[in-house]
Design a binder for this molecule. Structure first.
Ligand SMILES: Cc1cc2nc3c(=O)[nH]c(=O)nc-3n(C[C@H](O)[C@H](O)[C@H](O)COP(=O)(O)OP(=O)(O)OC[C@H]3O[C@@H](n4cnc5c(N)ncnc54)[C@H](O)[C@@H]3O)c2cc1C
Length: 387
């Protein structure tokens, strides 16, 4: 007997789960979304007003087709909601000619024929007087780079999902999920109830090590910090009309990045991307994370900003912690659950997933409704990480 009330339950309504709920609802699925906190919230990985989006992907050219689709879907969401969700102010990848950010972006751009420019140090200084590269540093410039707004896009996906009939429960953590044998439905338990559905989508962010414990994936949850500083002079120089997003790879391999000013957000945001060398980015769990940002951490950020963006070495305004859930190769995990065909999983976004959330939701809906997807997700197979 089939007692399913829902077609699909979505566990976790953060960046990826909110998008999955939207795409599933758009396919006339009866969707139940279950979220531990409110929406949006700042306890996971999808908060802090901005996430870099760019196309010439230095991490791997295989991401480019997904990015092109992600842009289309973000634009569609903007159109459907009439909200401003993505700002394309241009982007600079700055470093030596052999740095990952410059050489990798160039490789992706060439492979996928993406428009770009290379700027020398003098040109960088001329066009962007707030940036002080060393003479041997160059920049890869991409006009279609910018940022998406995490809280607003989570809200937009959930509002649209709700309008299309999805039932969304907040402050209702899942305590247990169980997949029946032979793909025959799932039982999902919370403090309030037990729910039945034909299928399950699991997008738990930093809770993946506990939610997907049986898979034994080698995921590392890391504490990361977002900083906001007051410019010391000429804040207009950081306006998105004349200042880009940037990722700067320093001689020591450290990558830090930042944004222009954002309406309604005081100061200018900056953060480290890959932090192994600077001693930030400690391993933690959602239970053990230290959410206080300490003065010495602000000083580490300053030490990278001061020589390169001297005008940002102003008053420290604010900071927030956030989780990266990182795989050993820093590629995502998106797949059908290797042991349960009725379960689709998305985790391990390794600090660079947000820009893809729009297309990840589409992929999860494909995997859940069709059992497969035409998007290229071979790189994200969980089996590559297992034993
Ligand atoms: C500081 C920082 C900067 C970043 N910058 C960028 C960037 O510039 N560009 C970019 O593309 N990416 C960036 N990322 C990465 C990106 O933000 C993440 O990859 C993305 O937000 C992950 O989304 P998620 O849905 O997996 O996780 P989340 O958004 O955290 O969602 C997981 C959700 O599941 C819920 N949940 C977990 N367990 C349960 C349960 N048992 N029951 C119910 N609900 C549950 C959680 O409460 C949470 O809401 C950054 C990340 C950080 C931390």
């Amino acid at each position: 007997m089939n007692t399913s009330v829902y077609d699909v339950i979505v566990l976790g309504l953060g960046g990826m789960g909110s998008s999955a709920a939207y795409h599933l609802a758009a396919r006339n699925q009866r969707v139940l979304g279950l979220e531990r906190y409110g929406s949006p919230h700042d306890r996971g990985s999808s908060h802090g007003h901005s996430r870099v989006i760019r196309q010439s992907y230095f991490e791997h050219p295989a991401y480019v087709p997904l990015l092109l689709r992600a842009y289309e879907l973000w634009e569609r969401l903007e159109h459907e909601t009439g909200r401003d969700l993505m700002t394309l102010c241009g982007g600079l990848m700055i470093g030596g000619a052999q740095s990952n950010v410059v050489a990798g972006s160039l490789a992706s751009a060439r492979e996928h024929d993406l428009p770009h420019e290379i700027l020398g140090a003098a040109e960088i200084r001329k066009h962007y007087p707030s940036l002080s590269p060393q003479d041997e540093e160059i920049a890869f410039y991409e006009k279609r780079a910018g940022w998406v707004h995490p809280e607003e896009t989570v809200r937009a996906h959930l509002d649209r999902a709700g309008a299309m009939g999805a039932e969304l429960h907040f402050h209702e953590p899942v305590t247990k999920w169980e997949a029946k044998a032979n793909g025959d439905g799932v039982i999902v338990t919370t403090g309030q109830a037990e729910y039945y559905a034909s299928r399950l989508v699991i997008a738990p962010g930093a809770w993946a090590p506990e939610t997907l414990a049986a898979l034994g994936l080698p995921l590392q949850v890391e504490r990361q910090i977002l900083f906001w500083f007051e410019p010391t002079r000429n804040p207009a120089a950081f306006d998105p009309a004349r200042f880009p997003i940037y990722i700067w790879e320093c001689e020591d391999g450290v990558q830090f990045y930042g944004f222009p000013t954002q309406t309604g957000v005081p100061g200018v945001k900056t953060a480290f991307y890959r932090t192994a060398q600077v001693g930030l980015g400690q391993t933690c769990s959602p239970e053990t994370i230290d959410r206080t940002v300490h003065p010495h951490e602000v000083e580490v950020m300053r030490s990278y900003l001061a020589p390169r963006l001297p005008a940002l070495n102003g008053q420290f305004l604010d900071a927030r912690t956030c989780f990266y859930t990182t795989t050993p190769d820093e590629h995502f995990v998106i797949a059908r659950h290797p042991e349960h065909q009725q379960v689709a999983i998305a985790c391990g976004f390794s600090g660079h997933g947000y820009k893809f959330a729009s297309v990840v939701g589409e992929i999860l809906a494909d995997l859940s409704c069709e059992g497969s997807t035409s998007h290229p997700i071979e790189l994200f197979a969980p089996q590559r990480l297992q034993g």
